[in-house]
Every structure is written in structure tokens, then in C-alpha cells.
Design a protein around this ligand. Structure first.
Ligand SMILES: Cc1cc2nc3c(=O)[nH]c(=O)nc-3n(C[C@H](O)[C@H](O)[C@H](O)COP(=O)(O)OP(=O)(O)OC[C@H]3O[C@@H](n4cnc5c(N)ncnc54)[C@H](O)[C@@H]3O)c2cc1C
Length: 298
């Protein structure tokens, strides 16, 4: 962790909420559904697809989960009503995983059922290592039921990732491949960025060679270059993969990818939980805190 990143994490609790809000604005559409709709409309106008994420995680109360499921249903209705080119992303711990796996699976299934009837794609985000096995198991069951209407995520920092991918390839899984954002222990996750990057490329190649649809989720231009190399070597069609980026990050690279004719999707988080989300993410990932801090001086 660089000195500046450490400083940002240390000083975060002292920063007034409106200031955190001001700098989170780049990464979060806003607190209301209409904010997400406005941002996705704007992205669609630039030939970019969205995935709308209602902020929230680690729900321990059933009533909070039910409320979140209802809010996601409103998101689906808005996507349909506004004619948006967008899917949704959901987090297992937001959808009741902490109450029970079964409850979580039922809630996500209910959303996929509705989304599939509207031709809207649902991706199950990957959270920390305590949820990995359950998320993959849940995905496999839901994919058997709903086919291409659902996908999940694999993180290249996890030591288990290659095995997970060997398993998921059998199901022709639809996977977002990212580096991973949680602060995992070394026994579970690689800590060396060079290994995480090599593991990203190694597994991306394996997935694409085996006909899986991959959401290549990175802002790391070297990984984007490797992805383009693999796409060319395998002579893939544009409908066999997509690039994915987070809202507000490296819009120049985003434009370069879109202008080159590749499909690109942007992750659009919104919701009242923006403060908890922003501070938790910034603390978990000091590198991200460093990016935000540097943006202040741009
Ligand atoms: C669409 C999408 C969905 C994701 N879903 C998940 C998920 O389900 N589970 C999960 O664990 N992780 C998820 N992530 C986060 C991911 O795991 C990484 O932590 C994050 O994308 C940063 O990794 P990177 O590949 O961009 O490489 P990095 O090496 O971290 O970043 C490369 C460059 O991108 C820029 N950059 C990266 N992040 C930021 C930022 N936040 N602000 C400003 N600049 C930045 C910097 O210039 C940096 O030098 C997702 C990422 C994306 C793009």
C-alpha cells in the first residue's frame, strides 16, 4: 500500500459525508432509480450497454431483503418501460445469503424469472471467499433452469479460480472475469499483482477457447491488450464476449474499446446505500481510495 493510499484510508472516517458524496459521484449514478435510468440512457446513446446494481450487501434481516427484491423488480420494470439496453447485477448477501442459502436462491430465482420474461440479463456478482462455493452452486442450478438469462463472476486473484473454471466450462458458463476486489487472506488469494494478471489471461484464454461467453471486466490496458490478442488468435465473433468497466473509470479506454467495434458494458451502481458502499469499498481496496484521491487533484 503506498503512503498516499494509507493516508486516504486512515483519514476516511474524518471526511464529512457530503465530501465523500461529491467524490463518489463519479462512480455512483445517484441515490434514486431515476439516476440510474438517466446514466444508462446516456451510456446507451454512446453505444454502451449497462448493468444496474442496487447498492447494498450483508443484509441480515428478512424484511430488508424483501425490500431489496422489490426494488430490483422496479429496476426491471424501469429497464423495460424506458427501453434501456441494460441488465442487472445482484449480490448474494444483499439477496438474503446471510439468512439462508435457500432464501437467497429463491429471491434471485424470482428476479431471474421476471427478468427472463422481459429479456433482461441477470448477473450474480461474486463477493468474498465465504460466498464463492455457494454462489457457483447457485449459479449452476439457476443456469440449468434459466439458461442464458443468468451469469456469474470469477475472480482471478483466487487460488481456486482455475479449478472453478475447469468445472464451469462443462456448463458453457456465462462469466464475468475480474481481478477481485475483496481483501482476502494469502492462503486463499494471490497477493502478487503479476500473478493475478497472469491468472486473468490464463483463465480468459481457457474460457474463450472453450466457447464460454466472457465479460472481460478490467480497466487494465495490458489485460485489454491480451484480451484483444486472444480474440484475434481465436478469430472470435463480437457476440462471443464483451468488455466491462465500472462507471466513471477510464472513459478514454472505454471509448477506444467501443470505437474499435467491441461490445462494452458499464456497471452502474445506485441507491440510498451509497455512503456505506463507498466507504467500505475504499477501506477494503486502498488502491481504489488512492484513485479517488488522485482524481481530486485532476
Ligand atoms: C464491470 C465490473 C464488475 C465487477 N464485479 C466484481 C465482482 O463481482 N466481484 C469482485 O470482487 N470484483 C468486481 N469488480 C472489481 C474488480 O475485481 C477489480 O477490483 C477492479 O476492476 C480493478 O481491477 P482492474 O482490472 O481494473 O485493474 P487495476 O490494476 O486495479 O486497475 C487498472 C487501472 O484502472 C484504473 N482503475 C481501476 N479501478 C479504478 C477505480 N475504482 N477508480 C479509478 N480508477 C480505477 C486505474 O488507472 C488503474 O491503474 C468488477 C469490475 C468491473 C469492471
Amino acid at each position: 500500500m503506498s503512503l498516499m493510499d494509507k493516508l486516504v484510508v486512515w483519514s476516511l472516517p474524518l471526511v464529512p459525508k457530503p465530501i465523500v458524496g461529491y467524490f463518489s459521484k463519479t462512480y455512483i449514478a445517484g441515490s434514486k432509480l431515476e439516476d440510474a435510468v438517466r446514466v444508462v440512457k446516456n451510456l446507451n446513446a454512446q453505444n454502451i450497454t449497462g448493468t444496474i446494481d442496487l447498492l447494498g450487501e450483508e443484509n441480515h434481516k428478512e424484511e430488508d431483503v424483501v425490500k431489496a427484491v422489490d426494488q430490483y423488480k422496479s429496476v426491471l420494470d424501469a429497464i423495460k418501460a424506458e427501453g434501456l439496453d441494460s441488465g442487472i447485477s445482484v449480490k448474494p448477501t444483499h439477496m438474503g445469503w446471510m439468512i439462508s442459502k435457500e432464501f437467497c436462491s429463491e429471491n434471485i430465482s424470482e428476479l431471474i424469472e421476471k427478468a427472463a420474461s422481459m429479456n433482461i440479463f441477470v448477473r450474480i456478482d461474486m463477493e468474498d471467499h465465504t460466498t464463492t462455493t455457494d454462489t457457483i452452486d447457485m449459479y449452476v442450478k439457476l443456469q440449468e433452469q434459466y439458461g442464458d438469462a443468468v451469469g456469474t463472476v470469477i475472480q482471478s486473484y483466487m487460488r481456486r479460480t482455475s479449478d472453478d473454471i475447469n468445472y464451469l466450462i462443462k456448463y458453457k458458463a456465462n462469466l464475468r472475469l475480474c481481478k477481485g476486489i475483496y481483501n482476502e487472506p494469502r492462503e486463499i488469494a494471490y497477493k502478487d499483482m503479476a500473478i493475478i494478471n497472469d491468472n486473468f489471461v490464463f483463465n480468459l484464454e481457457k474460457l474463450l477457447k472453450n466457447g464460454c461467453y466472457v465479460g472481460i471486466a478490467t480497466h487494465d490496458e495490458k489485460l485489454v491488450w491480451h484480451a484483444l490478442r486472444i480474440i484475434e488468435e481465436l478469430n472470435l465473433n463480437k457476440d462471443q464476449y464483451e468488455f466491462q468497466m465500472l462507471l466513471g473509470v477510464d472513459e478514454q479506454l472505454r471509448k477506444i474499446i467501443v470505437d474499435a467495434g467491441h461490445h462494452l458494458r458499464v456497471y452502474v451502481p445506485f441507491g440510498e446505500e451509497w455512503y456505506a458502499y463507498s466507504t467500505r469499498r475504499l477501506k477494503e481496496n486502498p488502491k481504489m481510495a488512492g484513485h479517488v484521491f488522485r482524481n481530486i487533484f485532476k
